[in-house]
Structures are given as C-alpha cells and as structure tokens.
Write a new protein. Structure first.
Length: 400
C-alpha cells in the first residue's frame, strides 16, 4: 500500500537529519525517558525546554519507526525542530517527568501538564512560558466525564470507574500564551484565564486515497465508532444503546474496549451478542482490516463529552467517512458532517436515521468534502507550518 509506506517512511525520518545533534541523558523509563538534548547549528540564540512527549526521539535513536498510534510523538518532535530551526538549543522531557531539574536558564518553556508550575522557581523572569492545551480545561473535563458517568449510573443502575479524569493543574496560571488543536469549544473552556490562545490544526497521521468506487447505497446503513480509552467519556455507551434499537443499521466498534472490563460487563450483550453490532477491538491504523472498515462505513459516530480536537475523527475523515460528532468533540464539521446536538438515545437515533435517508449523491458529496478537508488542512506539514508561524508570532509579540 503506497500511502501507508509513504507515511511510515515520513515518520521514520521525520525532520531529524537536519543538522541537529542529539544526545540522550539519564534514560530511566520509570520516570518517562530522561532528557533529550538537541543543539542548533552554529551559535544558539538561547535555550528551550519542551515538556510534552519525548519518546519519539527514543524510538528513533534505537532505529525504530516513530509510532503513529498517537500524534503526541510527532508533535513533540515538531515542536523541538521548530525551535532548532529558529536557532535555539532544545531539551525535551516527557511531561510526566517529575524529577527533571533545570541546569541552565531557559528562554522558552513549552508544557502540557505540571512542569510549568513545578519548575517556576527555577525559571528566569524573562522566560516565555507556553502551555499547549491537549485536553479541554481539566476542571471542565472532569465535570463533563462525571456527568456522563452519573447519567450512565442512572440508566443502568451500576457504577463504572472514571477513565479520563485529569488532575487539575496550574499550568495555565503560569503561562503567558496558550496553544491548542481544539476549536471554539476547547478555547472557550480556557477563556476564564484571559491568556492569548493560538489555534493549531489537528493532524491525521494516515491518509487514504479517495475511494472512488465506494458504494454509498450499500454502505448507507453502516456506521463506525472509533476511539481510544474512556468508552463512556467518548460516548460508546450511547452509541451501543442507540444501535441496539436500530436493527437495520450496523455499527462497527474499533477501540480498546477490553481494557475497561466493567464497561464490557455492562454492555456484553450489545458488544458481542447483537447481530447488527460488531466489536473488533483496537486496530492499527495501517492495518488492511481498518482500511476495509473505513471503506465500508458511511459515518463515524463520535459522542465525546470533552476533547481538544478529536484526532480519531480527523483520521476517519481522511478516508472519506462523514463525521457525526458532538460539539464537545471539538471538530469543525460545517456542512459536510453532522453536529449531534441532542445526545439522548432518541436524539442520536434521529440523527442516524437522517443519514440513512439522504440521497446517495448527497452522501457522496459530504464524504468527499470531509476527505478534502482532512487531506488538505490536517496533514503533518500543515501542523508544522502552523506551529512555526505561531511560535514566530509569540516571540515577536513577547519582544514588543
């Protein structure tokens, strides 16, 4: 598959042969990887610390392909390369590294969790602090998840563990600037801070050619739920209950469902003993089975209660699958997707029915537009350009 090979090759080489010299220090997997140090060409303008996901460097150092299972591997590398290209030396740590102590003054720090607040006493007053918001604001997200769990408890009469709760942090309070891949929804959850916020594009780490021969009449009743951990947070419970009442519609579930045994126990009948629902578990995005599911699916039903730009939705759009999402999924769907405003089971059923009743040419048009949106605005190079422009704007603004 040429498109798969192209993207795997891209992630193997990613940018890092650009004259950067990389050294690994104190690698200790117990505290998420130690420090990766990279030096700019020539005399550096200063020093930058990136506290995100530095594990992409570790894979590359061992000669392994950088995983495409989560965009944070790639984004962390792009952030570092951006500052290298701008003439800064870069140290990259994992955001969960709570042992790191700076041994040099940093001109810029980029963080996604707790290190801005933890390291505040070690940073000079002149340090520019940037917080990358890869979730909705933590307090908002926690309330949203608990409301979903409470609604589930009332419907089913049982309790399941929370899966996506975030420990609230003070990174926003210590930051000068914020960035996010989310849309208006995510941005509004941080509006209370009054901090300048810059929006970046979500990225799709796989792209597929337009399925020219896709039979929209045959697949108009075939839907997909695809997501990572947090089944109730991401609305799989709602999707299962809706499709259990739609015997003429088919739902394929792709996700690590088996990792949440209490959820599986609550929905065993729907997941494994309902004819029109098939649970296949987690699939690698480069897997031929995943491609086949995408080619046969008309829409991706994604009912999350809190996101910062749901990458899973962008990835299915890149295969021409129509997005059916909640506002809180933080993905713009404009006129090519469906914004599910009523997340009651009855409301979800109504929106699914509306898709099945659309003319074939309208379905094809929506799918094609979704595919074009993902493959022209959410490519890795789109994120690279946007991040470079954002950092240049922040540096210029701060200098003024």
């Amino acid at each position: 598959m040429k498109h798969v090979r192209r993207y795997l090759q891209r992630y193997q080489s990613v940018l890092w042969c650009r004259e950067a010299i990389m050294a690994l220090r104190a690698v200790d997997r117990k505290f998420r990887g130690g420090v990766v140090s990279l030096r700019a060409t020539g005399t550096a303008k200063g020093n930058v610390l990136i506290s995100y996901n530095n594990e992409g460097f570790l894979f590359q150092k061992r000669g392994e392909a950088v995983p495409i299972s989560h965009p944070s591997y790639y984004k962390g590398m792009v952030m570092a390369q951006t500052f290298l290209d701008l003439g800064y030396d870069v140290d990259a740590i994992h955001c969960e590294n709570q042992r790191f102590i700076p041994w040099k003054p940093y001109d810029v720090v980029v963080d996604v969790r707790f290190n801005l607040q933890r390291l505040k006493g070690y940073l000079p007053d002149t340090c520019i602090k940037i917080f990358h918001c890869d979730t909705a604001q933590a307090v908002y997200q926690n309330v949203a998840e608990m409301n979903r769990l409470l609604a589930f408890q009332r419907r089913k009469g049982i309790t399941v563990p929370a899966n996506r709760l975030e420990t609230p942090h003070l990174g926003i309070d210590h930051a000068h600037y914020l960035t996010t891949c989310g849309n208006e929804f995510t941005i509004n959850t941080y509006a209370y801070s009054g901090k300048p916020m810059f929006r970046l594009p979500s990225i799709t780490q796989m792209t597929w050619p337009w399925f020219e021969d896709k039979d929209f009449e045959a697949c108009r009743h075939r839907f997909l739920w695809y997501g990572s951990r947090g089944m109730i947070h991401k609305g799989l419970d709602l999707a299962l209950e809706a499709f259990a009442q739609l015997p003429d519609c088919h739902l394929t579930v792709v996700g690590p469902v088996e990792n949440e045994p209490e959820f599986v126990a609550a929905y065993r009948r729907e997941l494994f003993h309902t004819p029109n629902i098939k649970c296949v578990g987690w699939l690698d995005k480069s897997d031929d089975e995943f491609r086949k599911i995408l080619e046969q699916s008309i829409a991706h039903v994604f009912l999350s209660c809190s996101e910062a730009g749901a990458a899973a939705v962008i990835e299915t759009m890149a295969a021409g699958v129509i997005p059916m999402v909640t506002y809180e999924s933080s993905v713009d769907v404009e006129d090519y997707g469906v914004l599910i405003k009523d997340t009651s089971i009855e409301g979800i059923i109504q929106d699914i029915r509306a898709i099945t009743e659309m003319p074939g040419n309208e379905l094809r048009c929506k799918a094609r537009t979704a595919w074009e949106e993902a493959t022209t605005k959410h490519r890795p190079e789109d994120f690279e350009r946007a991040y470079r422009a954002t950092i240049e704007a922040i540096l210029a603004r701060h200098a003024r």
